[in-house]
Design a protein around this ligand. Sequence first.
Ligand SMILES: Cc1cc2nc3c(=O)[nH]c(=O)nc-3n(C[C@H](O)[C@H](O)[C@H](O)COP(=O)(O)OP(=O)(O)OC[C@H]3O[C@@H](n4cnc5c(N)ncnc54)[C@H](O)[C@@H]3O)c2cc1C
Length: 377
Amino acid sequence: MPPVADWDLVVVGAGPAGSAAAISALRERPDARVLVLDRAPMGRDKVCGDGIAPHAVAELERLGVSAGKPAEKLSGVRLVAPNGRSVGALPTVTGYVIPRATFDERLLKAALSAGAEFEVQRVTSVEQDGASVVLNDRWRASTVIGADGSNSSVRRLMGQPANRGRALAVAIRGYSPTPTGAPRELTIRWDSQRAGGLCYAWAFPTANGTTNVGYGMSSGAPDHSRARLEQRARELLPDYNFDGVPLTGHTLPLTVSRPRPAVGRVLLVGDAASLINPFTGEGIYAAIVSGALAGAAAINAPDAPGPAYARALAARFHRQHRQTGALYRIIDSPTVLNTVIRAAGRDARLFDRLIDVGLGDSVFTLGDLARFARHAF
Ligand SMILES: Cc1cc2nc3c(=O)[nH]c(=O)nc-3n(C[C@H](O)[C@H](O)[C@H](O)COP(=O)(O)OP(=O)(O)OC[C@H]3O[C@@H](n4cnc5c(N)ncnc54)[C@H](O)[C@@H]3O)c2cc1C
């Protein structure tokens, strides 16, 4: 007889994906034994734009978590085309800008309130037999969820290689004083220079008088050095002062190359599963959704959590992953971006669709393409 698991679920990583997994599992079965492990104590920073999309907010509300405060709310989203044309609109549902140390702590506290336990431990080994998974020769779980981010150890230990080249973006971010009178909008400004994929600067104002500013591009670009990222950030965001602002870098594994979402009883979610939207770099929404799906599969399908999670993930994202994968080949064309943003400026429904594809799990329809054609020229 194999030993009985001590935990129904052990989650590795206490970012949005990991906390969502724990909360979701405990909503399915409030007496489930759920342990969350993170190498860092609660309240750690994470290099991010801190933009919490309306879609992510709605997903958290479905999990019973209210993550934002009124002062952290945004008044809109502004897209700036490579040619400088700017288009703005109110989001249909409110989004937030919340520094990740604060946001992630709120989600982890919600998981603990739901009944999860938390320990500070770096996971370095994963062994599975047919019936359970053992981490660090110490914790035995019926299911393990790898929510340990873009350099996932769990993914590597399960024999799945990391993203590289065009399937991986690199980005830097810092906090610059918010210029007087600047609107409380998410601003995304696409670069006019081609870089083989995702390539834009952002300015996301926080509630504390600073703005999260940064720049990201594909790691497939010939020059994706830190110096280059900083130079383009300064050039594309001339209203922001970068002098003396510490800039920190991190990687973004994009959906254009994804690992198997499950190997046996080990499920991958969020960045560990390469679920970052290649059009925008948004990853928190997919982290929360995938975490919630995996947490539910761990509890509702304890004999075969892997297939249950893989099916649920595909049902939610399959169409978007297929379409964004195809369109990613042309996304760094300034002409395409200029045309798309011009059309979105003339048609509010197209603007909303761009937001839903870039920040949620929508796809462009044939009707959208007809509208683009009508408004683009
Ligand atoms: C510069 C930049 C800007 C971005 N801006 C945005 C944005 O504005 N909006 C948006 O939606 N997305 C943004 N993203 C993407 C977003 O940050 C990620 O998609 C999101 O953090 C993924 O959440 P996660 O829970 O999967 O992983 P993470 O948030 O990375 O959490 C992983 C956790 O695992 C822990 N961990 C790692 N290894 C181990 C281990 N071996 N053992 C135990 N614990 C471990 C870490 O300490 C961490 O707490 C940005 C990314 C970057 C790099």
